[in-house]
Design a protein around this ligand. Structure first.
Ligand code: CS2
Ligand code: MG
Length: 409
């Protein structure tokens, strides 16, 4: 079998998505997700100008060889643009392999290690009452694990709080990026945040009791010492994890956090290769790997990094916001089904329009996701539907301190 076409499809049903569709001389096709939130066209160009021509004539069966060829032959390694492009190729080739075998991808990765994937949903609010309502709404959708984000007195606009004015208007698939010519500017005050968040979790625990699985995302905003302090002050509320407590480009920084708190830590949504996370794993500085198949080079490296993590009892917590397309979500669902050290899957449902472009066969019931037994990844792209929605510039917000300094985000 040979690859005859590699086509990049950019669509924007309620948000932008970049998809690679690989076609073979036997008519079998495979798709992969290459969406890089806010920088989508860079990956689309990288794929169509530099990767697609290299794929023509290759045997789609040789997934590992193609991955290594794209990673090593380019000379310029790593980085989100390169790795999202390689991810799309990797996913599309696994999709084709599954279709050829007549098996869902998780069967090719070793078979099912569980009935389905436990998920967490997103709750948020401007005050406790709003947060409680939001948690109840998530529970009604079947979630038993819930990430809680809250407004903070003294901070006007804050990422992750859906009811804020800047998050209303036309929904961008329930996610903080917005269609606009320029990114929205938010404000930030770490001291105010650190004073307020423990009171939120105290309120939530008092209202919902000790059983509920609770998570929180710090979105890279604290220094290591601040992260250590917040982790410690959240210990009484038994979080399942505290996510991205500090930027982790400097992996050693996590040693300091770890020395001071037993709140479990989850990191990795912006990581692109094993090199970004290997020290965190080998020194047991985190508990959950947040990497996403789309931004980590695809299914092949995600499976490998989880095998490394398994030696240290570190589990998966793959990044599943709506900017990971239904194809990227499916790819990591198959990995999650197969690995022994699955932890929890983030799951934000996509909009109806997005679901009409990407026809999914997965199921979500009783809080459990299942990728289905459809051969391959179990997602098909409807190109006519995709063509209805033209790309439009969209950006994630960013924030500044009171004196105007740009802050980590
Ligand atoms: C967040 C994301 O889901 C999460 O944990 O950090 O909403 C993140 O902001 C976006 O996916 C960025 O693209
Ligand atoms: Mg996050």
């Amino acid at each position: 079998m040979k690859i005859t076409e590699a086509k990049v499809i950019v669509t924007s049903p309620t948000r932008n998505f970049v998809t690679l569709k690989i076609t073979t001389d036997e008519g079998i096709t495979g798709i992969g997700d290459a969406t890089l939130n806010g920088r989508e066209l860079a990956v689309a160009t990288y794929l169509s100008d530099h990767v697609a021509p290299l794929l023509i004539g290759r045997d789609p069966a040789n997934i590992e060889d193609t991955w290594q060829f794209l990673y090593r032959s380019g000379y310029w390694r790593r980085g989100p643009v390169t790795m999202a492009a390689i991810a799309a190729v990797d996913m599309a080739l696994w999709d084709i392999k599954g279709k050829v075998a007549g098996l869902p991808v998780y069967q090719l990765l070793g078979g099912a290690s569980r009935r389905g994937l436990s998920t967490y949903g997103h709750a948020s609010g401007r005050d406790l009452e709003e947060i409680f309502d939001s948690i109840r709404a998530e529970q009604e959708h079947g979630y038993t694990a819930i990430r809680v984000q809250s407004s903070v007195p003294g901070i006007t606009a804050l990422y992750g709080v859906a009811a804020q004015p800047q998050a209303s208007g036309e929904r961008y698939d329930y996610e903080p990026a917005q269609r606009a010519a320029l990114p929205a500017e938010e404000d930030w005050d770490t001291r105010a945040y650190m004073r307020h968040i423990p009171t939120v979790f105290e309120g939530v625990r008092n209202e919902f009791g000790p059983e509920m699985i609770l998570l929180h995302d710090g979105h890279h905003r604290m220094t290591p010492l601040q992260a250590a302090k917040l982790g410690k002050s959240l210990e009484p509320y038994d979080l399942f994890w505290l996510e991205d407590c500090t930027p982790a480009e400097n992996q050693e920084a996590l040693r300091l956090v770890r020395r001071h708190t037993t709140t479990p830590l989850a990191i990795g949504e912006v990581f692109n290769t094993v090199w970004d996370i290997k020290d965190l794993i080998q020194e047991q500085l985190i508990d959950y790997v947040r990497c996403a198949s789309t931004h980590f080079g695809g299914i092949s490296p995600l499976k490998k990094v989880m095998d490394l993590a398994a030696m240290y009892q570190i589990k998966s917590g793959f990044h599943g916001p709506t900017d990971v397309s239904p194809v990227g979500l499916a790819a990591q669902m198959h990995v999650g089904m197969a690995i022994h050290n699955f932890g929890l899957q983030e799951y934000m449902p996509h909009s109806e329009k997005t679901d009409a472009v990407f026809r999914q066969s997965m199921t979500f019931s009783g809080g459990l996701l299942h990728p289905s037994d459809t051969p391959g990844l179990g997602v098909e792209i409807d190109e006519d539907e995709a063509a209805k929605y033209e790309y439009a510039n969209a950006y994630l917000p960013y924030n500044r301190l009171a004196d105007g300094t740009v802050h980590d985000w």
